[in-house]
Design a protein around this ligand. Structure first.
Ligand SMILES: Cc1cc2nc3c(=O)[nH]c(=O)nc-3n(C[C@H](O)[C@H](O)[C@H](O)COP(=O)(O)OP(=O)(O)OC[C@H]3O[C@@H](n4cnc5c(N)ncnc54)[C@H](O)[C@@H]3O)c2cc1C
Length: 427
């Protein structure tokens, strides 16, 4: 069944709810967007004693944070040399440490706030052909030089067989530093923690216009009325429509990704396809990413649409992709199919920024935000609290606008078609 509702929402029956924003309220900091970035920033700011509000247009988790694949990934979503090449060695070290702190932050928040969200570790970065395995080898070399010690190289079919019952791959890196989570439960755990720390959280409170000019910004609510704040954080990522700043619009493109969840599989089937319970992502530009969730469902994502046009049925395409990896799942019953918007930047590096009048933003996690958004929200919060070290490094990175102006979606689709062809030809 294809639906806009994610599996996470369907299975989370007692999710907390929050009220509407009260018109005329004033806060130190207003955060637009109740996803993982906004909630992470709110938690840290509230813990530091700031009067902070989160204004969410829909329900908490309406955006990518409540509908993603649940893969918890280390580091930045791009080859690190794209970041380090723009920085001094000292600043590059700060950027590296900052990216590698994301999973630790997630892990510590889950533990400290006792968030029940099915967090487990074990991950396969899987290569479909030799070029991809060479890229994984280069990544292993680079990361290990910087001290990362969680990789095991799986270079033979026998080594792969221990983790995955598929002949689709020529090799993989098994990574004990990455894993999986039920993202909506994690997000609500952060929201509960932020609320307990004193943050004000509002649902169904879309901001339709941001009025600047004085020391107080005015945030106009779509439902009428307004709230004011000295500092504003724009954390709407691919869902932030009208109120984004011009420098944000030009540097972010939206991609639609879709996910299919099967009905729970038998333990015997799970042992045959993913015996160690590792989550998996291949190395294609339009990648497949999948995992077995806590109830034994295969949660299989892929099918990036850069043209943002839903071509034909999503479900048959995802079923075809899944069966190509695991022929044993050809007859597995579908429980739910849903889609969501991913925000990407040209370089795939998240875009951090701040205006002179204290509007902070971060966007463009490029499909790699489950852990990184927590860190990004924390980086924004720390900059306000008084330590802008990480923020200054990350916001110093340059971001090209997407070529093509208003025609950038067709241009992106063409560019993507080339990468897909390259992956198909295995060159
Ligand atoms: C299908 C899919 C699969 C993915 N899989 C993975 C994965 O497995 N691993 C991974 O690391 N990453 C994955 N991602 C990416 C990850 O989900 C995102 O990077 C992350 O959720 C971004 O979080 P965010 O808080 O910045 O934005 P979002 O979670 O998108 O939140 C933004 C929020 O802002 C709100 N908003 C926007 N405009 C306004 C406004 N004007 N007023 C009030 N509120 C507003 C929206 O309603 C939304 O709730 C996936 C994304 C998708 C869509």
């Amino acid at each position: 069944m294809t639906t806009h509702t994610s599996l996470y929402e369907s299975e989370f029956h007692d999710r907390p709810t929050y009220g509407l924003a009260t018109p005329d309220a004033n806060f130190d900091i207003a955060i637009v967007g109740g996803g993982l970035t906004g909630m992470s920033a709110a938690l840290e700011l509230a813990e530091a004693g700031f009067d902070v509000a989160v204004l969410e247009a829909g329900l908490i988790g309406s955006g990518g944070s409540g509908r993603n694949g649940g893969h918890v990934c280390q580091g930045w979503p791009t080859d690190f040399d794209k970041i380090s090449g723009q920085l001094s060695p000292e600043a590059a070290d700060i950027a590296w440490e900052s990216g590698m702190a994301a999973v630790d932050l997630l892990r510590s928040r889950v533990k400290n706030h006792k968030i029940d969200c099915d967090l487990t570790f074990g991950y396969l970065h899987a290569a479909l052909h030799k070029r991809q395995m060479d890229e994984l080898d280069a990544m292993q070399d680079e990361w290990e030089l910087r001290g990362y010690d969680q990789f095991t190289r799986l270079g033979t079919q026998q080594e792969l067989d221990e983790h995955i019952g598929s002949t689709a791959y020529v090799g993989a890196l098994y990574d004990t530093g990455c894993g999986q989570i039920q993202p909506l439960k994690y997000l609500h755990g952060l929201a509960t923690a932020a609320s307990c720390a004193g943050a004000h959280i509002f649902e169904n409170s879309a901001i339709k216009r941001l009025e600047r000019g004085g020391s107080q910004k005015i945030l106009h609510l779509a439902s009428g009325g307004q709230v004011t704040a000295r500092i504003v954080m724009l954390c709407g990522n691919a869902y932030l429509a009208d109120i984004g700043l011009p420098q944000m619009h030009t540097r972010l493109a939206q991609v639609t990704s879709s996910i299919l969840a099967t009905k729970p599989l038998s333990q015997n089937m799970i042992r045959q396809i993913l015996p160690t319970g590792a989550a998996v992502a291949d190395c294609n530009a339009a990648l497949n990413y999948y995992r077995i969730d806590a109830s034994g469902r295969m949660v299989f994502g892929g099918r990036a649409s850069y043209s943002n046009i839903e071509l034909g049925a999503v479900e048959p395409d995802l079923r075809r992709r899944m069966s190509a990896v695991f022929p044993l799942l050809a007859d597995a019953e579908t429980e739910q199919v849903w889609s969501g918007r991913i925000g990407i930047t040209v370089s795939r590096i998240p875009h951090f920024g701040r205006t002179d009048d204290d509007i902070y933003f971060v966007q463009g996690f490029s499909g790699h935000g489950v852990a990184l958004t927590g860190q990004a929200g924390s980086i924004l919060a720390k900059a306000v609290i008084g330590d802008a070290t990480q923020f200054d490094v990350m916001s110093s990175l340059s971001h090209m606008p997407f070529p093509g102006g208003p025609f950038r979606t067709p241009a992106l689709a063409l560019g993507m078609a080339w990468f897909k062809l390259r992956d198909r030809l295995k060159i």
